[in-house]
Design a protein around this ligand. Structure first.
Ligand code: TMP
Ligand code: ASP
Length: 237
């Protein structure tokens, strides 16, 4: 399927129309960014690695009963997805403390949480993705109560599936962010699941194998993504 006009360009992906009005082409670029677009770079192979990694995870989730937008790999850097009506909300689950929860609550990195946390953020770089709760979503009409319940249920279902998948590859799923949209009246997982939007540590050494390598200037960013992909058995060529 040929991609037509560019509809939207984000920090790491671009979105194109396809021949089918209900399907879009996602182009995973080599661009990377952190701190809401403040720090950027181009990292060779990242687009290909993330495209294939995302396809593998989305297919795993779909098989486990989580509805996703993923349809097919089109090329090294492109995937065909359902055209969702995206909600401006980010759902974050944490199993281990890292990142913003450490800053907000003054806790050390690396604490295993008694139970996973669920947090909601508004997708808005200019405002640095402020934390919101279900009352904000209701008050501003960003989603219905039923949709919020469903997003939470699916976000935790993803945790069950992926914690085990990564554990089998010797990895800890520290935290992750999901974005959902509406498709034919249902809530469906959109955006991507890659090391750009989650934290993954080696289970033995706790070496960081995710975008924190870029955020913190640790180097070997794409090499770490490739290591995770290889451990999961994702084909990279
Ligand atoms: P945080 O520690 O910065 O709140 O992020 C938690 C997890 O969610 C981390 O794996 C990064 C991911 N995330 C994004 O990828 N984009 C975002 O805009 C936010 C808020 C989180
Ligand atoms: N806020 C996220 C980060 O710092 C996403 C982004 O800004 O690209 O990685």
């Amino acid at each position: 399927m040929e991609k037509a006009s560019e509809l939207y360009s984000g920090k790491a992906k671009s979105v194109y129309a396809s021949e089918d009005p209900d399907r879009l082409v996602l182009l995973f670029r080599d661009d990377t960014s952190a701190f809401d677009g403040e720090k950027t770079a181009k990292l060779a192979r990242k687009g290909m690695v993330n495209n294939r990694f995302n396809a593998f995870i989305m297919q795993t989730l779909e098989s486990a009963g989580v509805p996703t937008h993923f349809e097919a790999l089109l090329s090294d850097n492109e995937s065909l997805v359902k055209r969702l009506d995206m909600l401006p909300i980010e759902c974050v689950v944490r199993n281990i403390t890292a990142g913003s929860i450490c800053r907000r609550l003054g806790v050390a990195e690396g604490m295993e949480l008694e139970v996973p946390t669920f947090e909601l953020f508004l997708k808005n770089d200019a405002l640095h993705d402020p934390m919101i709760n279900d009352y904000h979503i209701r008050a501003f009409g960003w989603a219905t109560d039923e949709e919020v319940v469903r997003m939470k249920e699916l976000t935790f279902a993803v945790n069950d599936v992926l914690k085990r998948l990564f554990a089998d590859a010797g990895l800890l799923l520290v935290d992750y962010k999901l974005e959902f949209g509406r498709f034919e009246g249902r809530i469906v997982l959109g955006d991507e699941f890659t090391p750009d939007g989650c934290r993954l540590w080696d289970a033995g050494t706790r070496k960081k194998l995710d975008k924190d390598r870029f955020r913190q200037g640790l180097g070997d960013v794409v090499e770490a993504y490739e290591e995770v992909a290889t451990r999961l058995g994702v084909r990279l060529d």
